[in-house]
Design a protein around this ligand. Sequence first.
Ligand SMILES: *Cc1c(COP(=O)(O)O)cnc(C)c1O
Length: 460
Amino acid sequence: MQFISTRGSAPPSSFSDCLLAGLAPDGGLYLPQTWPQLTASEIAGFKSLRYQDVAFQILSRFTRDSFSDAELRAAVESAYADFDAPDIAPLTEIGEGRYLLELFHGPTLAFKDIALQVLGQLFSRALAKRGGRATIVAATSGDTGSAAIAALGGLPNIDVFVMHPRGRVSDVQRLQMTTSTHANVHNIALEGSFDDAQNIVKLLFADSKFADQVGMTAVNSINFARIAAQCVYYFTATAKLGVPVTFVVPTGNFGDIFAGEAASRMGLDVARLVIATNANDILARTLNDGVYASGQSHATLSPSMDIQVASNFERALFEASGRDADWTAAAMSDFARTRKLELPATVLSELRGRYSAFACDDSQTRIAIAAIYKLTGRIIDPHTAVGVSAAMRMGKVASPVVILSTAHPAKFPQAVTEAIGSPPPEPKRLSGLKNLPERLEILANDPALIKRFIFSRLAA
Ligand SMILES: *Cc1c(COP(=O)(O)O)cnc(C)c1O
């Protein structure tokens, strides 16, 4: 299986090359040259398999040129060994054909663990074969940083630098990152915003001398391996219910919901994919008005979705254009210049055939948390609540509705308290975190300084 770039001017790559690179050299995102196909009876058979076995079946379609079956099996088993739920992504009914797909039972209590745990395992195996070291530099608004540290901390030949904006992540999120005891984990509290941190990562990537010297790479959702790992729960949830499903997906960078499109292109019968956004509603406006235009970023109760430019939307545009790489490359460069893109009628109607979109504000988020609590006694997190709010406004549909539940409520006690008057109970994984020593370096928003810091830690 070869991987190609959405912008068409990168050479086709093997799975492990695209895993280790993250972004394609032409600035595009990797996708498989052709989507592997699963038959209806293979998919139905997933009902009786363990989650890990379904993950192996699906991932092996992508990874065969780079990993043996034994290597992939070992990677998948290690990835999910530390999950709290025996079936990894349990489905729970909340009434009237509506379900929550619980994706937060991993080490850092958000769905990022499901893909990053696999990615960490594959990364260290790919590096061991290729030789050399890798330096991961990530900017985080909270969940990606902790999941990357949990997945990559302690692995050989990898250093992980995570930059979070100082004082702008929740206490739980900061402690999950800074209490790691692994020597290869380096936390930077940046005197700046998330955008400043992301900008520094981009500058370091663009500095090819530096990037080559340290073996810099990316683990955010532009990395196709994350999409591949996230397809799996669309298959397991559908196999459990036995009929096509409408999936409602709390969306920021469009990685999680694009995994649903990927599953459908691989043969899964999906009724519909519903994009649920918070007040950062660029994707809802795109689907409804046909214009992709980034606006002012708003801070909301669901911070992991406070994103104006959804990187993975490029993958959906490439597919919706009939894989027209020239058009995609031109559209992306126009958008970078003007922050606005009018979608051609054919692309828009292709997207509308697959996706619907609803946006909700913070008050609707609180209402959804309170409504589910009243109805079922369950406490949901504010990101899941954005999905529930979309499902509440969607009207009746014939298929079962599965809302992806992307984080544990205990990561966001403030939002929960605002909605139901008291905080969620603290799970075992978070207890005692407050008493552990923290390791972090507070650094000014200065790329040269960050570079020197990275060099000094790598030399140590
Ligand atoms: C990252 C994240 C999302 C958004 O996922 P995307 O793949 O960026 O669309 C939603 N909820 C939570 C809790 C997250 O951490």
